[in-house]
Design a protein around this ligand. Structure first.
Ligand code: PGA
Length: 256
């Protein structure tokens, strides 16, 4: 696991945009795993500004709320089109987001897994982290081997997301999410976290034991996982100075 602590959210997102831009240039048919929420918003703005070529890029989003039509303002379909896809030259058919209105959830989840396999697998997965340590909507105690499926949102997640819906009562109770096992098959993973409210989850994920109680801790087992933080999200890491030292002393060929 590589821990990168940036002075600000802006510098952190610019760094991640550079990583993604470099991968897209090296591999025009890159398969990107994408996330929603507040955290990747600035990243998507940076990616749009880079004016990259998305014509051969394929994307798979982590999750979608069950019961929300694609045109619902709170759906992750809407989020992705408004904040990224409509601003870049991606082909509609190359975008994959779970269908929150599917009548047959298990079949749709199996198809999503098959679509990922058929695309050759996810090359680079972008992740946020919940204040409870979730990745995607894999809440604490999710199986570390789980695949795409329906999950019930934790009370804290519904409270955290109430700001997008206007009230907690309007936050759906269920979501379709890639599983932790699905996420772990991505060839590279970049997890972004900003703000003091993420500091405990980040510390548990990076320096705690690998446990389903903090799903993001599974990334300790991934061979190419980067955790990119601002200072506040890094504030509870006991080895922060070491991570800074490692980053500052990277050989040139390893820099982004
Ligand atoms: P946030 O959500 O970016 O809105 O904080 C992160 C997550 O739940 O993965």
């Amino acid at each position: 696991m590589e821990i990168i602590i940036s002075p600000t959210e802006r510098e952190a997102t610019q760094l991640v945009a550079r990583i993604i831009g470099k991968e897209m240039a090296a591999q025009p048919q890159l398969v990107l795993g994408l996330a929603t929420g507040n955290t990747p918003l600035l990243l998507y703005r940076e990616l749009i500004a880079l004016k990259l070529d998305w014509t051969k890029i394929t994307t798979f989003n982590l999750d979608e709320y069950v019961g929300l039509p694609t045109e619902d303002p709170q759906s992750y379909h809407k989020f992705m089109w408004e904040n990224l896809f409509q601003h870049v030259n991606i082909r509609h058919e190359n975008v994959h987001i779970p269908d929150g209105l599917t009548k047959d959830i298990p079949a749709a989840c199996a198809r999503y897994e098959q679509d990922i396999r058929d695309s050759g697998g996810i090359d680079l997965q972008v992740l946020g982290i919940g204040a409870d340590g979730h990745i995607g909507f894999n809440e604490p105690t999710s199986s570390l081997a789980s695949r795409t499926r329906i999950k019930t949102l934790a009370a804290q997640t519904r409270r955290d997301n109430a700001k997008f819906f206007g009230s907690e009562a309007r936050v759906p109770h269920h979501a379709i999410t890639m599983g932790i096992g699905t996420i772990m098959e991505a060839r590279q993973i970049v997890l972004l976290a900003f703000g003091a409210h993420k500091a405990k989850a980040v510390a548990d994920a990076v320096e705690g034991p690998v446990t389903a109680m903090c799903p993001a801790s599974v990334l300790q087992l991934h061979p190419v996982a980067r955790v990119v933080l601002d200072e506040t999200a890094a504030s509870r890491l006991t080895k922060a100075d070491y991570y800074r030292w490692v980053y500052d002393n990277k050989p040139d060929w390893q820099k982004y």
